[in-house]
Each structure stands twice: as C-alpha cells, then as structure tokens.
Design a protein around this ligand. Structure first.
Ligand SMILES: [Zn+2]
Length: 197
C-alpha cells in the first residue's frame, strides 16, 4: 500500500480518474466455498480454513482461484510486491505457476483458499489439474483440523516469513520442504556466530 497522500483533486487529476473509471470494472465474484471446510480465526495466523467434516486422503477440498496472468505480468507483480515488502508493507505471495506461459494470481478477496496457512507438516497440498489449482488432502483429515499446505517459498527472504505452525518439525520460518536443510544450516551458523557468555 502506498503511503502517499492523495493529490488534490485538480481538474487534471479529475480527468485522469474519469478515464480510469471508464474501464470495465473487475467482475465481483462470490467467495469460493467448499462442502468440506470453512473460514475461522486461526491460532497459526489470522483467518484460516478448517475442516467442517472428516476429509478422506486425496479429496480435492477447494479450488485455488484467481486471475490467469502471463509470466511477464507475473514478474511485474512480483517486483511490485517485493518493493512493498521492502517498505514494510504486504509481502504476501499468492502466485502459482500453471504452466510455462501462465501463472495464477490468487490475491483476490473471493479466493477463499488464499487464507489456508502454511505448515511445516501440512495436511494438504496444491495440485495442478488441467490448468486449475486445487488444494487437496494429502492424508485423512479430521473434522475441526486446520488445513495447511507447504507454500513452497525459497530461502531467499526467509526472515520476512516467520512460521507459527506449531508442528514439531517447524523450522520457524516459511520455507519449502526441499529448501529447509539450507535454512537449518544458516540458522546453525548464526547461532555459532553469537558470542558465548
Ligand atoms: Zn512451521
């Protein structure tokens, strides 16, 4: 979010705004729902998603919906996100790869699946199904359990994404399983670097 003050509404600015509003408005969509889960206040982080009934392993629980964008647009949005993050703003990532040419940006209010938290020991996974992303159960999930999946972040900006998943396997930061050994190594190095008193 920009912290700039809005410019005074001079005729030039008003004209600009008018042109902008002449564009077709983004379609307002109803939020994604699922017969298996609903939104709740999560002990991990903010709002999360919880199973409303027992979910068998392999069930496609909720589609991760969003806007289909080109790789170029995806890179532009990621750069804008990194700039926001550098200023202490929202650095959340909601972009999924669909194929070599397109990504999916799920940063929309109506994409309920964006609320699913990360866990170092997740009970769900994201699945690509014919150009769509689904969140599905990677094991049997009991009614009342919070849903989670591995966000798959690399180690680059690990400090910005602390993890509070509470799993015994938690490394303390949101980093993809395949990169966690790198983070453990870095953390061990940092601990050794601290002077012992
Ligand atoms: Zn964790």
């Amino acid at each position: 979010m920009s912290k700039k003050k809005p410019a005074p509404a001079t005729p030039a600015v008003r004209a600009k705004k008018k042109r902008a509003s002449a564009k077709p408005a983004a379609p307002v969509r109803a939020a994604t729902t699922s017969e298996w889960a609903h939104v709740w206040q999560s002990p991990i982080h903010g709002r999360g998603i919880r199973a409303t009934r027992d979910i068998p392993s392999g069930t496609r629980i909720m589609e991760y919906e969003g806007e289909r964008i080109t790789k170029a647009e995806s890179e532009r949005r990621d750069a804008a996100r990194a700039a926001r993050e550098a200023e202490g703003g929202d650095g959340c990532v909601y972009i999924f790869e669909i194929n070599k040419r397109h990504d999916l940006d799920g940063h929309m209010e109506w994409n309920t699946a964006r609320l699913i938290n990360h866990s170092c020991e997740p009970n769900c996974q994201s699945e690509k199904v014919r150009g769509h992303i689904w969140i599905s159960a990677r094991r049997d999930i009991a009614a009342g359990e919070e849903l989670s999946f591995d966000y798959g972040f690399d180690v680059e900006n690990w400090r910005q994404h602390p993890c509070r998943c509470g799993s015994p396997k938690c490394v303390g930061y949101i980093v993809a399983k395949s990169h966690r050994w790198r983070l453990r190594k870095r953390l061990a190095k940092l601990r050794r670097a601290k002077p012992v008193k």
